[in-house]
Write a protein that binds this ligand. Structure first.
Ligand code: FBP
Length: 596
């Protein structure tokens, strides 16, 4: 099989490791702290997890651990959406297992959690993993979104794990999958099984994080891939000076991706869903705000710009959230009537007639294409699939209508042409950045050390990530510690708390402090493609989010980045060669003159 030059080179890349990993595995012991409490609802969670609740945080120290040398079988599952680095988690896990005992085996369940239920597994040998080291995707064993939910499924999972004589099961997934890992750990223990369950924090969305999990893997590579593309589009926009680009970015609920990309590229507008919700901004207000920036730039002769839109935005806009929930209810309750309506127009009429007045008004005001998406793209439970709504197109259509109004009334003098983009799948299976390659390998190796330490119901955690890998601290966090109860499908369920963008946090504050300047002027940054080789300041930088959240002034990574950053004075907005309008400071006067 032919493979690319970069792929060949990446096979040989050796992830950078915390020094603890260089010791023989039988010389590493777990060190346990004090019992812990869950993030909320302690009493209820103690009842739900009587055997695994409140375990101590685990670290590692030098000491004898003959258990690590035992011959064992381990199962691994990749769960949910792809995230760069998944193969390296498996590589780190396998290398740890084989270091313990070359006769130990790692089995990968095929196609996600359903592989465990179907007993569909593949042995991951050193030879096989060598074809996947430091590469993106989850194609080594595939992934899936199935959940292990019913009592029968739990029993089947245990039976199959026992039949394969597993000592442990490693679940690589997001908040839901790690919640599932916690439930499985408790279930196995409650049935007298000593099969251990260890989770690994994965998701490009970056919303599986807390005081102890500094970031989920994949976020770093995904945001760098999107930022490269946004930078390229921005440079094109700044060259052609005729388009406003609306770029929707993946990241289902939280806006971490959008925020990080904004910090990396300095767009004219970046919407942050969490802020929209807190300020209770209506769709009309959001459109007005964007149009204010478009008009301001037009008054300076800048008829182009970049707007970043987080994927989950519509669910954070109060009236849209209400509409989506009303639609989901209506379509669920009237499923049979709705199903026989012959055309989209009939469906739109039916929905309009049956919605409450407030939601009816919102629905009626939406462009036809968005109405279609709201009615047609629904999940198997009848819920509207928010991620499929083309918010970027909704915003281009609505800003175009608003700018036309402004033009008609003489309030807008420029030209306004839009283009829309969606960046999502482009980043989920990219070659992992050095950060993700290193971090993921460490997460996998840590998972093995937690297994060798006899622990269950833990998530693999590697901390101090704003610093170089030699200063990282591996350990394990009890899954119950990250949990609380939340309303899901009509009843309270234990879940790992999703981390949304903290509006009081440093990344958001850094963005908020600069955004007006970015709106007015053209200060785009062009991060370029991820670099896999070269100086650490270029190739090993973590995200700005990590540096802002976890770095201190002394953090070497942050300091190195600052030192190596070339300060370039932004070029003054200048008059386009021909036919364009003047821009920059001096152009304000010109624009005002023109307006007169
Ligand atoms: P995970 O939470 O499973 O990591 O997936 C997140 C995500 O990548 C979202 O950003 C996106 O909305 C969704 O998956 C897309 O899912 P699918 O792959 O099923 O289209």
């Amino acid at each position: 099989m032919e493979i690319s030059v970069l792929q060949t080179a990446r096979y040989a890349y050796k992830p950078k490791l915390p020094p603890a990993f260089l010791k023989p595995v039988a010389a590493i012991q777990t060190s346990l702290g004090k019992p812990t409490e869950s993030a909320g609802d302690q009493e209820e969670l103690k009842r739900i997890f009587p055997l695994t609740y409140g375990k101590p945080i685990a670290g590692f120290r030098a000491g004898k651990n003959p258990e690590a040398l035992k011959k064992i079988n381990v199962g691994v599952i990749l769960s949910g959406g792809q995230a760069p680095g998944g193969h390296n988690v498996i590589a780190g896990l396998l290398d740890g297992i084989k270091k313990g005992n070359p006769g130990s085996k790692l089995f990968g369940f095929l196609g996600g959690p359903s592989g465990l239920l179907k007993n569909a597994a593949l042995e991951i040998t050193p030879r096989l993993i060598d074809q996947y080291r430091n590469t993106g995707g989850f194609d080594i064993i595939g992934s899936g979104r199935a959940k292990i939910e019913t009592p029968d499924q739990f029993a089947l999972a245990l039976k199959n794990a026992r039949d394969m004589d597993l000592r442990a099961l490693v679940i690589i997934g997001g908040d839901d999958s790690n919640t599932n890992a916690a439930l499985l750990a408790e279930y196995f223990a409650s049935r007298g099984s000593d099969i251990q369950v260890i989770g690994v924090p994965k998701t490009i969305d970056g919303d599986l994080k807390n005081e102890y999990i500094e970031t989920s893997f994949g976020f770093d590579t995904a945001v760098k891939t999107y930022s490269e593309l946004i930078g390229n589009i921005a440079r094109d926009a700044n060259s052609a000076r005729k388009y406003w680009h609306f770029i929707k970015l993946m990241g289902l609920a939280a806006s971490h991706i959008c925020l990080e990309c904004a910090l990396q590229t300095q767009p004219n507008v970046a919407l942050i869903s969490e802020e929209v919700e807190e300020k209770k901004q209506t769709l009309a207000r959001i459109v007005e705000n964007i149009c204010d920036v478009i008009a301001l730039r037009a008054s300076r002769g800048l008829d182009f710009g970049i707007v970043l839109v987080p994927e989950g935005l519509v669910e954070f806009i109060p009236e849209m959230k209400k509409l989506i929930s009303a639609l989901s209810d209506l379509l669920a309750h009237q499923a049979s009537t709705f199903a026989v309506l012959p055309s989209l127009d009939d469906q739109i009429r039916f929905v309009t007639e049956n919605l409450e007045p407030e939601s009816r008004e919102v629905f009626s005001g939406l462009p036809h294409g968005i109405k279609r998406q709201l009615l047609m793209d629904r999940d198997p439970h009848g819920n509207v699939q928010v991620s499929r709504i083309e918010t970027e197109q909704l915003l281009t259509a609505m800003t175009e209508a608003k700018i036309k109004e402004m033009k008609d009334s003489g309030a807008f003098k420029g030209t306004y042409t839009t283009l829309s983009h969606f960046l999502g799948y482009e980043g989920r299976s990219a070659f992992p950045s050095n950060f993700d390659a290193d971090y993921c390998y460490s997460l996998g190796y840590t998972a093995f050390l937690l297994i060798a330490g006899g622990l269950t119901g833990y998530i693999s955690a590697v901390r101090n990530l704003a610093h170089p890998a030699k200063d990282w601290t591996p350990g394990g966090i009890p899954l119950t510690m990250m949990m609380n109860l939340e309303q899901r499908h009509g009843s309270k369920k234990p879940v790992i708390k999703k981390a949304l963008v903290d509006l009081k946090g440093r990344p958001f504050k850094a963005f908020a402090a600069k955004r007006e300047k970015w709106a007015r002027e053209t200060l785009y940054l062009y991060p370029g493609a991820i670099q896999y080789y070269g100086p650490a300041a270029v190739a090993d930088q973590p995200t700005k989010t990590i540096i802002l959240e976890r770095g201190s002034v002394k953090a070497p990574q942050a300091a190195a980045a600052k030192k190596s950053a070339v300060k370039v004075k932004p070029a003054k907005e200048k008059k386009p060669a021909a036919g364009g309008s003047a821009a920059g400071k001096g152009s304000k006067k010109a624009a005002a003159k023109k307006a007169k």
